[in-house]
Design a binder for this molecule. Structure first.
Ligand code: NDP
Ligand code: MG
Length: 386
């Protein structure tokens, strides 16, 4: 059996590291052929290349390229967005584990080239949904979600009618842990520190998504992600808070049946699902123990203290480039919070103010999307509290 070649872009991060763990356990099935990272962890990137014998490496700048080439003469080093696009076009399976809008070239190029795209990078899909829709039907192209909620829905939809728009599905129900501040009083939320916001109760993840989880913006982005992935209206995507993170999401059918996917929270399970499809890889990541008693709770989200969810639905209803504005403004605001420029509350306030200034465009080209992303970042930056 020939091995499936894998490009892992965003290899040094949280999803990247967990993907490497899956690959290490499946050396006969998969061959890691390309990796890419940002400028933050070049030594780690080189270590990964050496461990897996990877000879194609993507980096963001020429300075990074020179460093990698000095450390590993003879490897091929590709630079910037063009480099990411090329790496995403040249493996059987592409794992997009880059964080933020920077992952866009990976998403578009992998699908355009007819590859399997195992997508963790939700920001690119949310911002570019109409452009992704055009390329995802390229012969050979497959879009599989690593994001645990969407991976759960993908599994729970297995028995659904294949007709467009899922006529026998009433709604998708995304579960949310509620983050570290679930149940906090409004006054307490004014005092939130960076360390508190970075301490997620159930998942260990990169800093950006951890902050997004604390504001519930992650769940808002996931509502848009679900609508784009499954081609379903946002009004048929609901959110329920489930603090244990055991039920990863659910599909409610029109007869009232609800199909859920359960496991312990472990991203290696959805990563392995996307890599192995249609086969299931035989591992016990996330395996449940039903001999030790436990309880599961479900409660409605608190949209008073966590307005991000409402704002994300608004962006979805505005359509066009509004989801791109939402996601770009959020990236600006989260970066400002992590740089100690704004408070936790001001993250979502900045996003709301930016979206209120949204300049409507229909997204028909990459040029329009790049312009919308740039404009949203300018508006968000100008609206950051000083
Ligand atoms: P991390 O911050 O841990 O990792 C991000 C990765 O992207 C790093 O490898 C980073 O490199 C790389 N990167 C950053 N900028 C660039 C760039 N310009 N070009 C190439 N690579 C770049 O993030 P996570 O792994 O937590 O998240 C990755 C994506 O997966 C996000 O979109 C997130 O929303 C999504 N996701 C994550 C989950 C999780 O459990 N972590 C769960 C569900 C979704 P460097 O190390 O050099 O900075
Ligand atoms: Mg998720």
């Amino acid at each position: 059996m020939s091995r499936t070649s894998v490009a892992l872009l965003g290899a040094t991060g949280s999803i990247g590291t967990q993907t490497l763990e899956v690959l290490r356990r499946e050396p006969e099935r998969f061959e890691l052929t390309s990796i890419a990272g940002g400028s933050g962890n070049l030594e780690r990137l080189i270590e990964i290349a050496k461990e897996f014998g990877v000879n194609r490496i993507g980096v963001p700048t020429n300075a990074c390229r020179d460093l990698v080439m000095t450390a590993m003469p003879g490897v091929s080093v590709l630079v910037g967005d063009e480099g990411l696009s090329e790496l995403a076009s040249s493996a059987d399976t592409v794992v997009n584990a880059v964080v933020g809008f920077a992952g866009l070239p990976v998403t578009l190029s992998a699908l355009e080239a007819g590859k399997r795209l195992a997508l963790a990078n939700k920001e690119s899909l949310i911002a570019a949904a109409p452009l992704v829709e055009r390329v995802r039907h390229t012969p050979g192209a497959e879009l599989l979600p690593i994001d645990s909620e969407h991976c759960a829905i993908h599994q729970a939809l297995a028995g659904a009618s294949k007709a467009e728009g899922f006529p026998d599905v009433r709604r998708l129900v995304l579960t949310a842990s509620g983050g570290p501040f679930r149940g906090w009083a409004s006054e307490a939320l004014d005092q939130v520190t960076k360390a508190q916001a970075l301490a997620h109760p159930t998942w260990a993840m990169g800093p950006k998504i951890t902050i997004d989880s604390s504001t519930l913006m992650n769940k808002g982005l996931e509502v848009l992600e679900a609508a784009a992935l499954f081609g379903i209206e946002v009004d048929r995507v609901d959110v329920v808070v489930h603090p244990q993170s055991i039920v990863h999401s659910m599909v409610e059918y029109v007869d009232g049946s609800v199909i859920a996917q359960l496991s312990k929270p472990d991203m290696r399970l959805p990563i392995a699902y996307c890599l192995g499809m249609p086969e299931r890889l035989d591992h016990s990541w996330g395996a449940m123990d039903f001999q030790t008693p436990f309880s599961l709770e479900f409660l409605p989200p608190d949209t008073q203290n966590f307005p991000a969810l409402t704002i994300a639905y608004e962006a979805a209803r505005l359509g066009g480039a509004a989801p791109a504005w939402l996601s770009a403004a959020n990236e600006v605001a989260v970066a400002a919070f992590l740089n100690d420029q704004i408070s936790w509350r001001q993250i979502v306030e900045t996003v709301a103010e930016t979206l209120a200034l949204y300049e409507p465009v229909t997204l028909t080209s990459l040029t329009e999307l790049l312009a919308a992303d740039k404009r949203a970042r300018e508006v968000a930056t100008a609206n950051l509290p000083r």
